[in-house]
Design a protein around this ligand. Structure first.
Ligand code: NDP
Length: 295
């Protein structure tokens, strides 16, 4: 596994070559270096300018992010991925945010341009592509039941509305964060029916044939409760869980037991990463190589 670097390592950074990195806290679990370095190894066979590109990982505490981001620029880093807990925090430290990422209020990809960081969010794209690839479903025209109101749920909701889902119903444990998400989404929804509900008590008129997307972190630990009881929903079309480790969450085990199509978040991880690598290099990215590197 790639070593985990720190703010002190960054301050003393003298490695030659073009650097990329994922930045999070904690970060030791991240598979992104493996996935990106495998893709770069293939891409440099046809794009000689990528010969010295390498992807690293950094553990940076939230309080240090404001110091670290200019330092990454000064040390010549070309691009960064941001993960928990930096996606919202970083929006205050960048020069611009891509229009598609603005309604999300969070960024997961930074690109260095003219001595400044520019922010993007590739999570929604990764989710849509992952769902297409694993479940053969498009968000467009599909009723969506989304679980969660954190950063990942925000990018999922914006993507679903932008792609023209048939309807969007969002459930979250904490009502106040659900309300604030619904408020932020309402200008985007237009004619698309948008509602919130209590996951403990789903309303009886939710649509059948919906795509259920888990964007909560409930399921990361074996002892976690299910984010929803599938038996309380009208029969869904499929269940997608953004969690990929463990590969079969309790929610996905329930889906399997009910004979529903299901998939975990590995495909989302791959496609959000592929979009980021495309933003940095400008080249098409070998998605199959990235997927194989995680297998
Ligand atoms: P946040 O911390 O921003 O949000 C966490 C969400 O999970 C909140 O809605 C929170 O509800 C809910 N939640 C946490 N614990 C529980 C619980 N025990 N029961 C019910 N709900 C719970 O995290 P993110 O939005 O950034 O990430 C959410 C998940 O998505 C994570 O598991 C992450 O790994 C995954 N993810 C996967 C990606 C991929 O590429 N596959 C990309 C990005 C994220 P409340 O408001 O009540 O606290």
């Amino acid at each position: 596994m790639a070593p985990v670097f720190t703010l002190d390592d960054l301050a003393a950074w003298q490695r030659p070559g073009t650097a990329l990195a994922v930045v999070g806290h904690p970060i030791a679990h991240s598979l992104s270096p493996r996935m990106h370095n495998a893709a770069l190894a293939v891409m440099r066979q046809t794009h000689a300018e990528l010969a010295d590109w390498e992807y690293f990982r950094f553990d940076i505490a939230p309080d240090d992010l404001g110091r670290a981001l200019p330092l990454f620029l000064a040390r010549g880093f070309r691009g960064l991925n941001l993960t928990v807990p930096h996606k919202v925090l970083a929006t205050q430290w960048v020069s611009s945010i891509a229009p598609a990422a603005r309604p999300i209020g969070a960024i997961n990809t930074l690109r260095a341009e003219n001595g400044a960081w520019h922010g993007f969010n590739t999570d929604g794209h990764g989710l849509a592509e992952g769902i297409r690839e694993t479940l053969g479903l498009s968000l467009a025209g599909t009723p969506v039941i989304l679980l969660g109101a954190g950063g990942a749920a925000r990018s999922a909701a914006v993507q679903a509305l932008q792609e023209g889902c048939a309807s969007l119903a969002i459930a979250n444990r904490t009502a106040s964060s659900l309300q604030s998400l619904l408020q932020d989404l309402s200008p985007l929804a237009g004619a698309i029916p948008l509602r919130g509900f209590d996951p403990q008590n789903p309303p009886s008129d939710l649509p059948s044939g919906a795509l259920v997307i888990n964007a909560t972190s409930a399921g990361l630990k074996e002892s976690d409760p299910r984010p929803i009881n599938l038996a309380q929903l009208p029969p869904p079309a499929a269940v997608y869980d953004m969690i990929y480790n463990p590969p079969l969450t309790g929610l996905l085990a329930d889906a399997r037991q009910r004979g529903l199509p299901f998939a975990n978040g590995l495909s989302m991880l791959v496609h959000q990463g592929a979009r980021a690598l495309h933003l940095w290099t400008g080249h098409s990215v070998p998605v199959a190589t990235m997927r194989a590197a995680l297998a």
